[in-house]
Ligand binder design. Structure first.
Ligand SMILES: Nc1ncnc2c1ncn2[C@@H]1O[C@H](COP(=O)(O)OP(=O)(O)OP(=O)(O)O)[C@@H](O)[C@H]1O
Length: 254
């Protein structure tokens, strides 16, 4: 039996009961060290799922377990990287990256030392005293990722982290993320609108349909690791990509 990093057991959630449930008795689990992407139409509940996992929203019924444990408050038990980098413009890169440690009460000197150890791996060495406005989009996302890694959790939730980047930067960030994931062996849950990105990165893809979300289709990506960007051009993967895009289109039209 594999170790589970995240479990949903019969989870039901609605923002307002009168408007119906977003999730209804939903069950799924994610293995420790797995990379799972979620694709689905706008409004299908992807961000709501993240808000539940982070503890920003609370389920009405059912259980959510992180590393096999149900927490009274889930806040701080997962690393979360939002769509926009949310770096504080008045703080340097060093101070932005040290924020989760500071919030945990780690002394400033110790927090800086931990950040500095990782700067070169994140391609940020020499930039630590700059402010976010003086960094490229890809670099800002790396600072944001560094911050979620420093949260200390082995479960990371990434909400369309590369959607605002240009195509070339996006591809190099995808490769970089895979390298980091392979090195750190964290569990990643990744929201994207890009089926090709999901295929390149993931072990499994969850396809969210209409609400209420009771169950969803899952696809296991038939690619071994390590992967390179050329793998995406294999005929069987191109075929799967078109199939998934067609299914998503039909769900939107339905
Ligand atoms: N704070 C809120 N209060 C009430 N309803 C909400 C709230 N946030 C989201 N919703 C509704 O919940 C449903 C799911 O929204 P959610 O943001 O989870 O979708 P999504 O799949 O992340 O969409 P997108 O791809 O556009 O980000 C939508 O119908 C949305 O209108």
């Amino acid at each position: 039996m594999y170790k589970k990093a995240l479990e949903f057991e019969k989870v039901t959630f609605s923002y307002e009961e009168s408007r119906g449930a977003i999730l209804e008795s939903l069950n799924f689990d994610i293995k420790e060290g797995e990379f799972v992407s979620i694709v689905g139409a706008s409004g299908s509940g992807k961000s709501t799922l993240f808000r539940l996992i982070t503890g920003l929203e609370i389920e009405q019924t059912g259980r959510i377990l992180i590393n096999g444990q149900q927490h009274h408050s889930r806040l701080g038990h997962v690393g979360y990287m939002p769509q926009e980098d949310l770096l504080l413009p008045w703080r340097t890169i060093l101070d932005n990256a040290a924020l989760p440690l500071e919030l945990k009460g780690v002394a400033k000197g110790k927090a800086y030392a931990q950040v500095k150890e990782l700067l070169s791996e994140f391609g940020l060495e020499g930039y630590e005293h700059r402010f976010p406005a003086n960094l490229s989009g890809g670099m800002k996302q790396r600072v944001s990722f560094l911050r979620s890694v420093l949260s200390g959790s082995n479960v990371l939730l990434l909400d369309e982290p590369f959607s605002a980047l240009d195509a070339i930067t996006r591809l190099s960030m995808q490769e970089w993320l895979l390298e980091q994931w392979q090195k750190r062996k964290q569990t990643i849950l990744f929201i994207t609108h890009d089926v090709q990105e999901a295929l390149f990165l993931s072990d499994r893809i969850f396809i969210f349909d209409k609400q209420p979300l009771k169950e969803f289709q899952q696809v296991k990506v038939p690619l071994e690791r390590p992967r390179s960007l050329q793998d995406i051009d294999r005929p069987e993967i191109v075929k799967l990509k078109h199939q998934l895009m067609e299914e998503l289109r039909m769900k939107v039209d339905a």
